[in-house]
Design a protein around this ligand. Structure first.
Ligand code: FA5
Length: 376
């Protein structure tokens, strides 16, 4: 700091000359305006408005002025430093606004992007529906039984009373793994990809002593073209009960319980006569349409897509186990009777979930399976 002035002469203090203060102010203002970002502005502040800045050092010189000169110099200095501080605050606000706008753009999160780059698949609804049906029957005391998909003709046809000349045994209908009589001299029976789950009935009866209550889910194969309502590989569930005194009424009551568990209360079922070599009598089992509850039948004002306005939906084939089948499996038909029921899960899935094309079920596209949920 300069020595005190005895008489007023601001020129004596070089740094307090008006033009010098203006120069320092203008230099500071130019530096503030030139600061391109907040870091640069911070440096500008230290250099032009900090304790060691030219204006601050000049400010200290005011003390060296005579009292009557201090006011004028102080006013001039105050205005210069005020202008610099104001410019600094304005530039800081401007740069902060620029930074905030940039951050908003650069750090924006697109919440619509997939959150998982390796999404988990979903269990196939055929699997979950099969398990649901198994649960219904296990709760009634049934066991789950399985059999091989590559099956002998004997189990697939003969033991089920399906005669040698039955059309189902023709090469056009059944996929033969080994033709009868060839290679397998010891076993005359040919080998096929099972065409239904009914051979598991026979295997189960040979394996266990009655009473028998089993449910047999599994994959089956037929020479069918893949189209909207057929697939050459599909899933059936077979139900078999062998006990003393079983009748068609037990069969109907059991299926009605299954229908209630899968579709809700209040739906009736009906039996239509049919023929299967392995059951006698045999029937086709229908359930009342769970969407229109039968109201669409004969009512053009209330069409129903689910049952094609029939009012009924075909569930599958059933009947009392033919005594010949019981005998082939070593069970006394005089003592025991039994009922069986077999149905296709793909068809059940179609009408239960309004799937219009069976091909969607076999293509393995998660866009089909995902809407059914991740049921474990
Ligand atoms: C049978 O397979 C008998 N074994 C069912 C049975 C069991 C009757 C026990 C009596 C006692 P059917 O050929 O009708 O029957 O087939 C049963 C179900 O399989 C059909 O109702 C249908 O839902 C399904 N199905 C048949 N062919 C196909 C196919 N190509 N694609 C998908 N589902 C099919």
């Amino acid at each position: 700091m300069s020595a005190p002035n005895k008489s007023y002469d601001p020129v004596e203090v070089e740094a307090l000359k008006p033009e010098e203060i203006e120069r320092m102010r203008d230099e500071a203002l130019a530096a503030v305006a030139a600061a391109a970002d907040l870091d640069a502005l911070r440096e500008v502040k230290a250099a032009h408005a900090g304790d060691r800045s030219p204006l601050a050092l000049a400010n200290r010189e005011i003390g060296a002025l005579p009292p009557h000169a201090k006011a004028e110099a102080g006013k001039r200095m105050g205005m210069a430093r005020g202008a610099v501080n104001k410019a600094f605050a304005a530039r800081q606000a401007e740069l902060e606004a620029e930074r905030d706008a940039r951050v908003l753009v650069e750090e924006a999160v697109d919440v619509t992007l997939p959150y998982d780059r390796t999404p988990a698949g979903a269990r196939h609804p055929i699997t979950t529906l099969c398990e649901r049906i198994e649960d219904v029957f296990v709760a009634m005391g049934y066991e789950v039984a399985e059999g091989p998909e590559v099956e002998t003709e004997w189990f697939n046809f003969d033991a089920l009373n399906i005669a040698q000349d039955h059309p189902a045994r023709a090469m056009q209908d059944t996929l033969f793994v080994q033709a009868p009589g060839k290679k397998a001299k010891e076993a005359e029976s040919g080998v096929v990809l099972r065409t239904h789950t009914s051979p598991v009935q026979v295997r189960t009866m040979l394996d266990r002593e009655p009473p028998v209550y089993v449910i047999c889910p599994g994959r089956v194969y037929r020479m069918d073209e893949l189209d909207a309502t057929h697939t050459p590989v599909f899933t059936q569930v077979e139900l078999l009960a062998i006990d003393e005194g079983l009748t068609m009424a037990d069969l109907k009551g059991t299926i009605e319980h299954m229908v209630r568990s899968l579709f809700g209360e209040g739906l009736t079922t009906r039996l239509r006569p049919n023929y299967f070599p392995f059951t006698e009598p045999s029937a086709e089992l229908d359930m009342q349409c769970y969407v229109c509850r039968g109201e669409s039948a004969g009512n053009p004002d209330r069409p129903c897509r689910t049952c094609s306005s029939e009012g009924w939906i075909e569930l599958g084939g059933c009947g009392m186990v033919n005594p010949r089948v019981l005998t082939a499996a070593g069970i006394d038909p005089e003592k025991y009777s039994g009922f069986a029921f077999g149905f296709g899960i793909e068809r059940l899935l179609m009408f239960r979930h309004n799937v219009e094309d069976m091909r969607d079920m076999v293509e393995g596209d998660v866009r089909f399976t995902r809407p059914f949920g991740m049921e474990i």
